[in-house]
Design a protein around this ligand. Structure first.
Ligand code: SAM
Ligand code: 2KA
Ligand code: SF4
Ligand code: MG
Length: 215
C-alpha cells in the first residue's frame, strides 16, 4: 500500500489530555489496534474507517489552520505509514503529538514529535504488551502516561516510576484515572500523600462533552 492510511476521523477540538490539555488541536484518529484494553474509550476505531492518501489528510488538517496536531487511534504505530504522516505534519510546521500504547517500537518516530507513551497497567489487562525498550528512547520532548484503574495499579505505576527514573527521562509523567473505574479524588489524594513528581490529569473532553466521538 502506497502513501495511504486507514482513518476513523479527523476533527478539531480542545486537547483533553497531556501537556497541551486545553489547547485547540486537530486530532487524526487512525483505525485499528492490536490491543484490547478493558477500559478503551475508542473501541469504535478498532475497525471500519476510510483508506485515504497522506495528501488528503494533510489537506484536511491544513483547513483547520491549527497549531497543534495529535495523532491517535486505535494504535497509530500499527500502520507503517503513520511514520510518514508524522514527519509530514512536522515538516508542515505543526506541533505534533503521538498517542501510543507503548506496545510498538517508537524509535522511527520523527524526533520533533512529542511521543505520549502509555505504559499499560495490570488493570488494563494488556500489561504483557508493554515494550520496555521504548523507555530508553524517551527524551524531555516525550511524555509517559499511566491510566490507573485501582489502588493496585497506582502502586504498580509508582514502582515503574522509581525503577526507570521516569521523571528524569520524559518531560512529563502523567497519572490519569481510568474513567469511572477509580475515584479521581482518590488518585489525587494518593499522589499528594506520596509527594509524587507526576502530573495528575483528567480527560477534559469527558467533563465537557461526556464521551461523544469527534469531540
Ligand atoms: C484511545 S488511546 C489511543 C492511542 C493508543 N492506542 C494508546 O493506548 O495510547 C488514547 C489514550 O486514551 C486512554 N484511555 C482510553 N480509554 C480510557 C479511559 N476509559 N479512561 C482514561 N483513559 C483512557 C488510553 O490509555 C490512551 O492513553
Ligand atoms: N478532546 C479530545 N482530546 C483527546 N485527547 C486524546 C483523545 C483520544 O481519544 O485519544 C482525545 C479525544 O478523543 N478528544
Ligand atoms: S491500546 Fe489504545 S486504542 Fe488500543 S485498546 Fe488500548 S486504549 Fe484502546
Ligand atoms: Mg477519546
Amino acid at each position: 500500500m502506497q502513501d495511504t492510511l486507514r482513518i476513523t476521523e479527523v476533527f478539531y477540538s480542545l486537547q483533553g489530555e497531556t501537556r497541551t490539555a486545553g489547547l485547540p488541536t486537530v486530532f487524526v484518529r487512525l483505525t485499528g489496534c492490536p490491543l484490547r484494553c478493558q477500559y478503551c474509550d475508542s473501541a469504535y476505531a478498532f475497525s471500519g474507517g476510510t483508506v485515504r492518501s497522506l495528501d488528503s489528510i494533510l489537506e484536511q488538517v491544513a483547513g483547520f489552520r491549527p497549531r497543534y496536531v495529535c495523532v491517535t487511534g486505535g494504535e497509530p504505530l500499527a500502520q507503517p505509514n503513520a511514520i510518514a504522516l508524522l514527519k509530514r505534519l512536522c515538516d508542515a510546521g505543526y506541533e505534533v503529538s503521538l498517542e501510543t500504547s507503548g506496545a510498538l517500537d517508537i524509535s522511527r518516530v520523527d524526533q520533533r514529535v512529542s511521543r505520549v507513551v502509555d505504559l499499560k497497567t495490570p488493570g488494563s489487562e494488556e500489561m504483557h504488551r508493554n515494550l520496555y525498550e521504548n523507555i530508553e528512547l524517551l527524551t524531555p520532548n516525550d511524555q509517559v502516561k499511566f491510566v490507573i484503574c485501582s489502588r493496585e495499579d497506582y502502586d504498580w505505576a509508582v514502582s515503574k516510576l522509581i525503577q526507570y527514573g521516569l521523571q528524569k527521562r520524559a518531560g512529563e509523567v502523567l497519572f490519569s484515572p481510568s474513567h469511572h473505574q477509580v475515584k479521581a479524588s482518590d488518585l489525587a489524594d494518593w499522589i499528594v500523600a506520596d509527594n509524587l513528581p507526576v502530573r495528575f490529569q483528567l480527560q477534559l473532553h469527558k467533563q465537557l462533552w461526556n464521551d461523544e466521538p469527534g469531540r
